[in-house]
Design a protein around this ligand. Structure first.
Ligand SMILES: Nc1ncnc2c1ncn2[C@@H]1O[C@H](COP(=O)(O)OP(=O)(O)OP(=O)(O)O)[C@@H](O)[C@H]1O
Ligand SMILES: [Zn+2]
Length: 610
C-alpha cells in the first residue's frame, strides 16, 4: 500500500527518481512488464486487511509471497492463507539479518505457531530515576518528556510535575503547563531547570538509591549557557527557509550542520531550548496531540538533545543526533545485499511450493557473521504446533478480574491486540455479546455499545470464572475458545494489562547473540523477555534459536532441540548426520558464502566473486 519515497531508491531497484510519490505496486508491475512483456500482473494499491481481500480472493492463488514489514499484516495474511489453504512464503530483513520461511497448512508450522518476541520494555524506575544506558535516556526523552510536553494531556505520565514552590502550596500545579503570558524562552528554561535540575535533586534525596550507583549531577540552564546566551538562543526567524512546519529545524536555526557530530552539553542545551521554542512558535496547532515520529526532524532534535542532557547528568556517553535518531526510531538501515539474498530465497522456496516438493522446503536464516563459514542457515520446517490457537483448535485461558474488567478491555487488549483479530465477534454459548460490521441493525449496534462498557460479570449473559467464550473473526475465518478464570489482583509492572493470556506454547528462552535475528532492530534487545501473544510493530525479523545445529534430513525437531551444538562442520558430511547433503568446498578460503543449490536440500559452498 506504500508509495515510492526517495529513500527507497538506493535498494528498491524497480523504482527510479521519476516514480517518487507513485504506487509501489503499480510501478513495480510496469517495471517488470518491461523485461517480461508477456506475463500478467494485476497490481492492487490497497491495504491487505481490506474486506475485499477475503478468503475467496486468496483461494485464487497457488502460493502467496509476503513482503510486509509489520506483524499485524503478516498475522492477517497467515490466517487468510490457512483459511484458503494456500501455501505462504514469509520473509523479512533487518540490516544484515533476514529470513525466509514456508508455511503449508497441516504440513509445516504456521507463521504464528511460534510466539514472536516482543519489543524490549524497561522498568519504569530505570527510565524515571536510574538510567544506566543511553537508550534509557532516549526512552525517557521520547515517552515521558516529549509525550508530556507535546502529546495527549490525558495520557498518564510518570514525570514528576511538582516543583518546589508547588510542594509548599496546597494546590497541585503541573509545572509543564505553559502559563498564560509566559515568555516562551522563559518557559523553556523553566522546563529545563525542572527536569534536569530540580528533579535530579529530588532523586538525589533518596540516598538509598545511590549507595550502589554513581550519583547524577543536577544541571541548570545558567550553568551551561553563559548569561548573554540564555536570552539569545537561536534566531529561527532568520534561518527558516519556509514556514512549512515540516521544514522547521533547530539545527538549521542554530547553524549546526553535521548530524553525525556528538554535540557538547552546551550545544545540546541550545538545541533543546530552540526546538521547544520552535514547537511553540511554528507548530503550536499540533501541540497536545503529537506522537513521536522518527521522520519528524524537530521531534528528533528535541528528543536527541533531551536524551543527551540527561546522559550528561548521569555520566552516560553522549551520542550524535544521527545515532539518537536510530535508537529512538528503532531504525536498522536496510542492506541491499541482504534484500537480494532474501528475494532469491523467496523465489527458490516458491518454486518448491509450486512443484509440491514438500521434502525440500527450508526455513532459511541469513546471519550477520558467518558461523562456521555459513552465512545462510537452512533449517527443515517444523510440524504445526499442536497448541497454536491459529492453526489448531486448542482453547486459550485468560485470567482476568471479571468484576472490574469491562468487555471493552477484553476486546481491545486481548482480542485485537493479542489475538490480532480485525473484526471480532464474541459469543457466550449462543448469546452474542459483541460484533462489528457495516450491516448491523441499529438496535444491535446500541446493544453492543452498551455491552462494551459493562464489566464482564454484569453482561446480559454474565462472564464469570469458568465461562468459555468463543471469539471469531469472520474475515480471517478464525475462531477460538477462551476459558475465563477470575483473578483478583495483577502485578502492575509485569501484567500492566491487568489480564494474563496463556495456553499457548512459550517461546524458547533466548540469549542475546548479535549474530542472529532477534526482533525488529531494537538496539539493545533482551530476548529472554519474550512473552507470547504480544503485538509488535514493524517487526521485520522473527526470532530463531541462538545457535542451530544442522539436523539430519527427514528428522522432526522441536525448537528446543536446536541447541548449543552449533552447525555441523564440513566433516559431518562424512559422519552420516547429513547423508543427503552434499558439500563441495571450492576453496579453503574463509571468504565463502553458503548457497542453496537449485532448490535441492544440498548445500554447497561457492567462493565469493571478487
Ligand atoms: N496492511 C498492509 N497492506 C498492504 N501493504 C502493506 C501493509 N502493511 C505493510 N505493507 C507494505 O509492506 C511493504 C514493506 O516493505 P519495506 O518495509 O521493505 O519497504 P519500505 O517501507 O518501502 O522500506 P523502509 O521501511 O525500509 O523505508 C511496504 O510496501 C508496505 O506498503
Ligand atoms: Zn500455527
Amino acid at each position: 500500500m506504500d508509495t515510492i519515497e526517495v529513500s527507497n531508491l538506493n535498494r528498491q531497484f524497480l523504482f527510479r527518481q521519476s516514480h517518487v510519490g507513485q504506487s509501489k505496486a503499480k510501478v513495480a508491475r510496469d517495471a517488470v512488464l518491461r523485461f517480461r512483456p508477456h506475463i500478467n500482473i494485476k497490481p492492487y494499491h490497497a491495504n491487505v486487511k481490506d474486506p475485499e481481500f477475503n478468503v475467496d480472493f486468496f483461494k485464487q492463488f497457488n502460493v502467496v509471497l509476503n513482503g510486509l514489514d509489520n506483524l499485524d499484516a503478516r498475522r492477517h495474511v497467515n490466517r487468510l492463507c490457512l483459511a484458503a489453504d494456500v501455501p505462504l512464503v514469509e520473509s523479512g530483513t533487518t540490516g544484515f539479518l533476514g529470513q525466509v520461511t514456508v508455511h503449508v497448512k497441516g504440513k509445516t508450522e504456521c507463521y504464528e505457531c511460534q510466539p514472536k518476541p516482543t519489543p524490549k520494555t524497561y522498568p519504569v524506575c530505570t527510565i524515571t530515576s536510574t538510567p544506566s544506558k543511553f537508550v534509557h535516556c532516549i526512552v525517557w526523552a521520547k515517552d515521558l518528556l516529549f509525550a508530556k510536553l507535546f502529546g495527549d494531556k490525558n495520557q498518564g505520565n510518570d514525570l514528576n510535575v511538582h516543583s518546589s514552590n508547588a510542594a509548599s502550596s496546597s494546590e497541585h500545579v503541573d509545572v509543564f503547563e505553559h502559563r498564560v503570558d509566559e515568555d516562551i524562552e522563559q518557559y523553556g528554561q523553566r522546563i529545563f531547570d525542572h527536569v534536569f535540575g530540580y528533579n535530579i535533586e529530588v532523586a538525589l534525596a533518596n540516598e538509598e538509591a545511590w549507595k550502589t550507583r554513581n550519583k547524577p549531577k543536577p544541571i541548570y540552564c545558567r550553568d551551561v549557557l553563559p548569561d548573554r546566551l540564555v536570552s539569545q538562543n537561536g534566531s529561527f526567524d532568520k534561518f527558516c527557509a519556509t514556514d512549512e512546519p515540516s521544514s522547521v529545524s533547530a539545527m538549521t536555526s542554530l547553524g549546526l550542520k553535521n548530524p553525525q557530530d556528538v554535540w557538547s552539553l552546551m550545544e545540546n542545551t541550545k538545541i533543546f531550548l530552540e526546538a521547544l521554542k520552535l514547537f511553540f512558535g511554528k507548530r503550536e496547532k499540533e501541540i497536545g496531540n503529537m506522537i513521536f515520529d522518527k521522520d519528524d526532524q524537530l521531534a528528533v532534535e528535541f528528543v536527541s538533545a533531551a536524551a543527551n542532557i540527561r546522559a550528561a547528568s548521569f555520566g552516560i556517553l553522549m551520542h550524535s543526533l544521527f545515532e539518537a535518531k536510530g535508537i529512538a526510531g528503532n531504525i536498522v538501515h536496510a542492506v541491499a545485499t541482504t534484500n537480494a539474498i532474501i528475494a532469491g530465497l523467496i523465489v527458490i522456496e516458491a518454486i518448491k511450493v509450486l512443484q509440491s516438493d514438500t521434502k525440500s522446503y527450508r526455513m532459511t536464516y541469513c546471519l550477520e557473521h558467518p558461523s562456521r563459514k555459513m552465512l545462510l542457515m537452512p533449517v527443515e520446517p517444523f510440524e504445526p504446533n499442536q497448541s497454536c490457537y491459529v492453526c489448531s483448535e486448542t482453547p486459550l485461558s485468560l485470567e482476568i478480574n471479571t468484576y472490574r474488567s469491562k468487555l471493552r478491555d477484553f476486546v481491545e487488549k486481548i482480542v485485537k491486540a493479542k489475538l490480532g483479530m480485525n473484526m471480532p465477534l464474541i459469543m457466550h454459548g449462543s448469546a452474542l455479546l459483541y460484533e462489528v460490521g457495516d450491516d448491523l441493525e441499529e438496535d444491535m449496534v446500541a446493544n453492543y455499545a452498551a455491552n462494551f462498557d459493562k464489566v464482564l460479570s454484569e453482561l446480559p449473559s454474565p462472564v464469570t470464572s469458568g465461562t468459555m467464550l468463543t471469539v471469531e473473526d469472520l474475515q480471517q475465518e478464525l475462531s477460538c475458545n477462551i476459558n475465563i478464570k477470575h483473578r483478583e489482583e495483577f502485578d502492575e509492572e509485569k501484567e500492566p494489562d491487568g489480564m494474563l493470556l496463556s495456553g499457548w506454547a512459550q517461546a524458547p528462552p533466548m540469549e542475546k547473540d548479535n549474530n542472529m535475528p532477534v526482533g525488529n532492530g531494537e538496539s539493545t534487545p533482551s530476548t529472554s523477555q519474550a512473552v507470547p501473544l504480544k503485538p509488535e510493530e514493524d517487526d521485520d525479523i522473527e526470532i530463531v534459536p541462538t545457535e542451530i545445529k544442522t539436523i539430519p534430513a527427514g528428522t522432526k525437531r522441536k525448537i528446543s532441540e536446536l541447541s548449543s551444538t552449533a552447525i555441523s562442520e564440513p566433516s559431518s558430511a562424512t559422519d552420516g548426520t547429513r547423508s543427503t547433503k552434499k558439500e563441495e568446498e571450492i576453496d579453503g578460503d574463509d571468504d565463502v558464502v553458503v548457497m542453496l543449490d537449485d532448490g535441492n536440500s544440498d548445500i554447497s559452498k561457492k567462493k565469493r566473486l571478487h
